[in-house]
Design a protein around this ligand. Structure first.
Ligand code: GTP
Ligand code: MG
Length: 434
């Protein structure tokens, strides 16, 4: 995601590294590079100009912090400004009104229907809400069926009526009871056209939603931003959702949609699957744009998928040097629940990524898992010494070499040794380290 812009920022950071003070000229030259990077990412000229002005002022006025690299300090200012451009906090939809009505609108193929189903899944899972999806796209023959299929796979009820006027469908849908949230999936429009905008305005009037959300395909860059502005002016929106960020090469839409529409970004779609929706977080987005990984969402994933109690037990065992091969498997299973190694790897900050060989680590994990699974329960719990005959059997069972098994045993012994030292070292570490 955003390789081009993040490469430019990483190069700029490198260029400024080690400087003690930045002269006015150097600030101007660095700001010029930021400007080019943003324009190249398809951020509109007025937004870039305002942004650069603020960065320059802050950089000129900031005192050098002892021990902090000037380059890092400059990038930090850029980061702060990116965050405030995209909205400083993580906005949350207020679902307390029963039912909360949400109308999704946007251009054809922007991801409305998929996002409607993703949101239904998200609200059911995270907010324990009963959601109804309403199909308002009566123009495209397969649209209702598409929503039905998506609803089925998320276990969400879908409301539809064979009608020609979506306003009638809205009226019927509003009679349904027992739902906390109703999401209306409207028909897409190829471009902003008067007739369809009129139809959408009428739908909105009858639906009277708590939120009208504009769904934008991030690939469209400035075009998506301009459309958001038009939707905001003509029908009124309360926020946006960005889709297709998984393949997005340019950050323009993410960077400017809030500023251009004056409304917050609520969610981002990061894949075709129904679980690929996450709350929009400006800090996480700024991190990704600057090539710093996505620690915000990594931690969020960890919170959802990692069993805290089990993690606490593992930590205790580790500190007592009682960590076994079995524990290692449990740890790995928890990590797996968070996603593929590849997807997690992408979320790490660049510096950390450089320290890990992605392919090597993945295959290493897999072969370690295969070897541990080839051990007997006794062996896994560390109750028996792994003498050569056992090691040969494990190698055979897992399709690995005896050297691989030797390495696993050696690494494990080292890890145990290390964990024995941990209590002594722990006071020097921040407790969040483990
Ligand atoms: N990779 C990726 N694909 C997505 C994402 N969101 C939606 N899609 C895909 O984009 C295509 C269009 O999505 P739809 O949800 O049908 O878009 P729509 O806005 O409802 O389209 P219309 O109803 O025709 O206006 C589908 O193939 C989706 O699977 C995303 O975040 N990432
Ligand atoms: Mg649709």
């Amino acid at each position: 995601m955003f390789e081009s812009i993040s490469q430019k920022f990483l190069a700029l950071k490198e260029k400024l590294r080690g400087r003690t003070v930045l002269s006015e000229e150097e600030i101007s030259s660095a700001a010029r590079e930021v400007r080019l990077a943003l324009l190249d990412a398809d951020v509109s000229y007025p937004i870039v100009s305002g942004f650069i002005k603020r960065v320059k002022e802050k950089a000129a006025g900031s005192k050098r912090i002892k021990g902090v690299d000037t380059g890092d300090q400059f990038i930090h200012i850029v980061h702060e400004e990116l965050v405030s451009l995209m909205g400083s906090e993580e906005p949350v939809l207020n679902l307390s009104h029963t039912p909360t009505r949400i109308l999704l609108a946007g251009l054809q193929g922007s991801g409305k229907t998929t996002t409607a189903a993703k949101m239904a899944r998200y609200f059911a899972l995270h907010d324990k809400k009963r959601v109804l999806l309403v199909a308002l796209d009566l123009k495209r023959p397969a649209a209702i069926e598409q929503l039905r299929i998506l609803g089925k796979s998320t276990g969400t009820d879908v409301f539809s009526r064979a009608a020609t006027d979506p306003c009638i469908v809205v009226q019927y849908a509003l009679r349904e009871t027992g739902y906390d949230v109703i999401i209306f999936d409207s028909a897409g429009r190829l471009a902003v056209d008067g007739e369809l905008m009129q139809e959408l305005a009428e739908v909105k009037k009858i639906c009277d939603p708590q939120y009208t959300l504009f769904v934008a395909n991030s690939h469209l860059g400035q075009d998506a931003v301009n459309t958001a502005r038009t939707f905001a002016e003509e029908i009124g929106i309360d926020g946006s959702i960005l889709t297709m960020l998984d393949g997005a090469s340019r950050a323009g839409a993410a960077l400017s949609i809030r500023e251009a529409s004056g409304k917050p970004l609520y969610f981002e779609g990061v894949g075709e699957h129904l679980e690929d929706l996450q709350p929009f977080n400006a800090k996480s987005m700024a991190d990704r744009i600057l090539g710093m990984g996505d620690v915000v969402n990594l931690v969020r994933k960890a919170k959802i998928h990692i069993d805290e109690k089990q993690q606490e037990e593992l930590k205790k065992k580790f500190l007592k040097a009682a960590f076994t091969y079995d524990d290692y498997l449990k740890q790995m299973a928890m990590m797996r629940r968070m996603g593929s190694f590849k997807s997690l790897f992408k979320m790490l900050p660049g510096e950390m990524r450089n320290m890990i060989d992605e392919g090597g680590a993945e295959s290493n994990f897999k072969s370690m898992e295969a070897m541990i699974l080839s051990m007997t329960l006794k062996e896994r719990s560390g109750l028996v010494e792994l003498e050569p005959s056992r090691r040969r059997r494990i190698a055979l069972g897992s399709g690995k070499n005896i050297e691989d098994v030797n390495r696993l045993v050696k690494d494990f012994k080292k890890l145990k040794q290390f964990s024995k030292q941990m209590p002594k070292m722990k006071k020097h570490f921040n407790s969040t380290l483990m």
